[in-house]
Design a protein. Sequence first.
Lengths: 261, 261
Amino acid sequence: MTEKNGSGGGDLPASLEAAWGLRDRPAKGPKPGLSLERIVAAAVAVAAADGLGAVSMGRVAQELGASTMSLYRYVSAKDELYVLMQEAAIGPPAPLSALETGAGWRAALTEWAAAQRERYHGHLWALRIPIGGPPATPNSIAWWEQGLQALRDSGLGEGDKTSVILLISNFVRSEALMTSDLSAAVIARGITPEELAASHERTLKRLVDPERHPGITQQLETGVMSAPDEADYEFGFGMGVLLDGVEALIRRAADGEVKSA
Amino acid sequence: MTEKNGSGGGDLPASLEAAWGLRDRPAKGPKPGLSLERIVAAAVAVAAADGLGAVSMGRVAQELGASTMSLYRYVSAKDELYVLMQEAAIGPPAPLSALETGAGWRAALTEWAAAQRERYHGHLWALRIPIGGPPATPNSIAWWEQGLQALRDSGLGEGDKTSVILLISNFVRSEALMTSDLSAAVIARGITPEELAASHERTLKRLVDPERHPGITQQLETGVMSAPDEADYEFGFGMGVLLDGVEALIRRAADGEVKSA
DNA sequence: TCCTTTTGCGTATGCCATACGCGTTACTGC
DNA sequence: GCAGTAACGCGTATGGCATACGCAAAAGGA
């Protein structure tokens, strides 16, 4: 039962081992010509330039001037590379200023969500990477921890804290994914976002039946579809609703505490 | 400028044309041996049995006793098949009982979201299909319309109605996607959900540093991780928070109306 | 110095979507 | 009834993909 890593215990998934930097450098063979860091950086560059779909083992190797198969000396499968790319794209969270100034949970959560959103928007391709079960990479954990800190003084129970974090995290992801889908459609059809919106509105007007779809018909008449800065607006709207809901939850928790105290 | 469809106007994307049944049966050649419906049904069956990854043109053709290439007489590309599969999986919405009994927007939205969730949970593979821009398929539109109807008497403005619908739709998708990821992980590792949760908790305990991650450490100590029926609980929790937020929005809208009246 | 281990990588396998073209079929206009 | 035409089924070919396997070269440990 010889341990591979210094930390002891059972065997981690290969991708986690790599993400936490627990790989042991073997003392025997020739010097590695590449490194995990360089490979991940190259893959990230490809994804940023040409989308996640352009990330193939061959393409990444080419970018590094190496052969396709040499990558497999550093990465056990493409899925592992995906995990490391995602981890690199999101990066560690910056300190929350709202936590230092004691501005309260609402400001802290807002700042936290906005920071997360910014990372996603800077790396929209990362949203296309399929998640495999619950996250356990260093940066996801750091973001989770920071979310918990934002709720430090909220008075919520531990379970509720995680649930709120999860809820907001998923909301941020959803909004970014919508943005990503939109931009993908725009690129695929080679048009501007405005043209896409107009085209969509025209399509709807053709397909929607006023009898069967009175609500949508009304929406089309009101001209709601042609909203500018849609993504930013929807994000702010959603955060507002979400935080109001959390506020109600916190108030209820406080009332219950007072009652039971 | 001869029109292909009866409805007139410019050319729709092929997948939309198919979804709305606007394909014109050509009067010339031999009788088709297959049909879009049969192809989509076969593809859905494959996805249900072996996951979306198992859906290849070859596999679907095999299931139908036809050759791979014959499918391309009915479907212009695999993406189109995906759209039709998604549309078939979600299906049209059933009438909302809360709308008939006049139970109010909150009950209606709750029923609407639960129905949507049920469809997704019955076809988890459908969540893996990448969305291409804003939806315009018959069933997505029908669900959208129904959501608008649920908010009929809410007093919200048209723009807010759509935003709320979008917010809740995305939440339902997120929760279902988490479930799907979880079940994928469970299947991939050949273990029970309980074993997966336990394994994840063990992994976290090994990787989390009490100094750098005090919040998570506390969570682990409280034993929050080993929650049963996690998915159901999180869904109810999220819906509660969301609806409380919407309630605040509606109240504010009503107040504003009273003031400005 | 020899042996073990690890490196880079060429080759091969098997899957995939799909372009192209051919022979066949069935309807339409004459 | 017959020619023309258009849609059918599908065999074949192309190019891309992840990745298993094995070999030769490199480099540290004995």
